[in-house]
Write a protein that binds this ligand. Structure first.
Ligand code: PM9
Length: 470
């Protein structure tokens, strides 16, 4: 069939679909288990999806972290790894890619995002400092608290309401930042912790107008603006789609402009940068860079590898360039939307609007008969696994942990179960299977009983806690 007749056919049928901008060169078989096997696996894993073996998992939506499929160019780059201890050429490729696409001056590689969070927190935060941020992230806040800081959530109120429809639900409330400045003084605020597409709020974006306003407020007061750039590329797509003046700008242009309003960034390259391991820190200020460069050799490795192999740095450098291609970002977020729209059509409660990297099931509305004390988000993740072997992650009271001062549970308003879509890994047919399994759990929702926590680790308890069904 000629190109012309294909085109005519599309018009006759009145639809033009989008498709992934890649084809599959290598496949990894998936294992389908029986319900009995899954029940045994759940019992063994203490009803915590983090403790289930991946071999017992069918479609793995635990996280989009380190789970991307790399491209043939990235794999080819791996073969060009320069594994010299010092001055690996791949470091310079990585440095050049970050400078070109994110615009920062000085770069420190780290083994992954939390390695970068550790270093930046130790260098910038003093005991008694206060850090305003747009909703907490688990590892980010842990490092800020371990460095002696107190985190304050300054995201707009609507971000805590899963049903509030706003284009930029990840925005910070400037009034809340001003109140913290008034209460503690600007000298007690080393930086604003600004995340692109806010993970715990459902992957909700921040507008360009908001980052510009934050910059204008903070710069005269000497408060730095530091970006968690982990999913900033996805944030750029929302700006292109929703913010006036950006429809004709490329993702790369939007990313560069956004970063220009910030003083530096930390990055889990395992997400947007399309690799299985890696992270980095980038700052514009030389003195901060010098301190980071001194500290990286203590915790991560020499400042030209930071815990990474040369081949890993090469894969990140190539991944950065692939990640900012408009067709890539559109199809990545498009797949998330496809799943979200199916669930919305079936009246299944999810966080709206649909975010960038995941669908967040609203466990409070899914299981209205379960109180937060019996962990509805964790329960839903367990029942979904039991139904089909699909693995998801709790993002509610278990993830929130305990208040370090009082020891009480932190009780987030959002009690969610996250279906996180790895990049370039699953097809739309997989999304259909996922949606149908969620629907089966929704239809059987009244049968769900909650869980009891029987083992609670001290730090980041959601990773290793164990539960028993009630
Ligand atoms: N995020 C996620 O699944 C990995 C597991 S932690 C539950 O969402 C942000 C916004 C992240 C993030 C990790 C990190 C830490 C920093 N910021 O996992 O250490 O979403 O590379 O990055 C996970 P690393």
């Amino acid at each position: 069939m000629s190109g012309d007749s294909l085109h005519t056919m599309g018009q006759q049928h009145g639809r033009r679909s989008w498709a992934e901008p890649w084809k599959i060169k290598m496949v990894e078989p998936l294992k389908i288990t029986t319900r009995e096997q899954r029940l045994a696996a759940l019992d063994e894993a203490g009803w915590n999806t983090f403790l289930i073996k991946s071999d017992d998992t069918y479609i793995d939506l635990l996280t989009d972290s380190g789970t991307s499929a790399m491209s043939d160019r990235q794999w080819a780059g791996m073969m060009l790894g320069d594994e010299s201890y010092a001055g690996s050429r791949n470091f310079y490729h990585l440095e050049a890619a970050i400078q070109k696409f994110y615009g920062y001056k000085h770069i420190v590689p780290t083994h992954q995002g939390r390695g970068a969070e550790h270093l930046i927190s130790q260098v910038m935060i003093k005991a008694g400092d206060h850090i305003p941020g747009n909703m907490y992230f688990t590892t980010t806040r842990e490092h800020q608290e371990m460095a002696g800081g107190t985190f304050h959530d300054v995201i707009i109120d609507e971000a805590h309401d899963p049903q509030a429809i706003l284009p930029f639900k990840g925005n910070m409330d400037l009034g809340k930042i001003k109140a913290i400045i008034d209460q503690f003084g600007a000298d007690k605020i080393p930086y604003i912790s600004l995340a692109g597409t806010v993970n715990m709020a459902g992957g909700q974006p921040v507008s360009m107008a908001n980052v510009r306003a934050i910059r204008e407020l903070c710069e005269p007061l000497g408060i730095k603006v530091m970006l968690d750039a982990t999913r900033m590329v996805e944030n750029a797509l929302f700006i292109q789609e929703r913010e006036e003046g950006y429809a004709d700008k490329s993702i790369a242009q939007i990313l560069l402009e956004f970063c220009s309003y910030t003083d530096g960034a930390w990055m889990s390259a395992k997400k947007d940068n399309l690799v299985n391991i890696g992270g980095w820190l980038a700052v514009n200020d030389w003195d901060t860079f010098e301190e980071l460069r001194n500290l990286v050799v203590v915790f991560e490795g020499l400042h030209t590898y930071g815990g990474l192999a040369g081949r890993d740095m090469e894969a990140i450098a190539i991944g950065i360039e692939e990640a900012v291609q408009d067709d890539h970002v559109r199809s990545r977020v498009g797949q998330v939307r496809y799943l979200g729209e199916l669930l919305t059509e079936w009246d299944i409660p999810i966080v709206q609007p649909i975010g960038g990297h995941a669908i967040f099931l609203d466990a409070k509305r899914f299981y209205p008969h379960l109180s937060q004390d019996v962990y509805p988000g964790q329960t839903l993740a367990a029942y979904l696994y039991l139904d089909s072997g699909i693995r998801s992650m709790e993002r509610g009271i278990v993830s929130a942990g305990r208040d370090p001062k009082t020891g009480d549970h932190k009780r987030p308003k959002l009690e969610l179960t996250r279906l996180t879509i790895p990049r370039r890994v699953y097809t739309q047919a997989h999304m259909d299977v996922v949606a149908e399994s969620v629907k089966a759990c929704f239809d059987a929702r009244e049968e769900a009983r909650g869980l009891e926590m029987v083992y609670e680790p001290k730090y980041l308890r959601f990773f290793q806690a164990r539960f028993k069904p009630l």
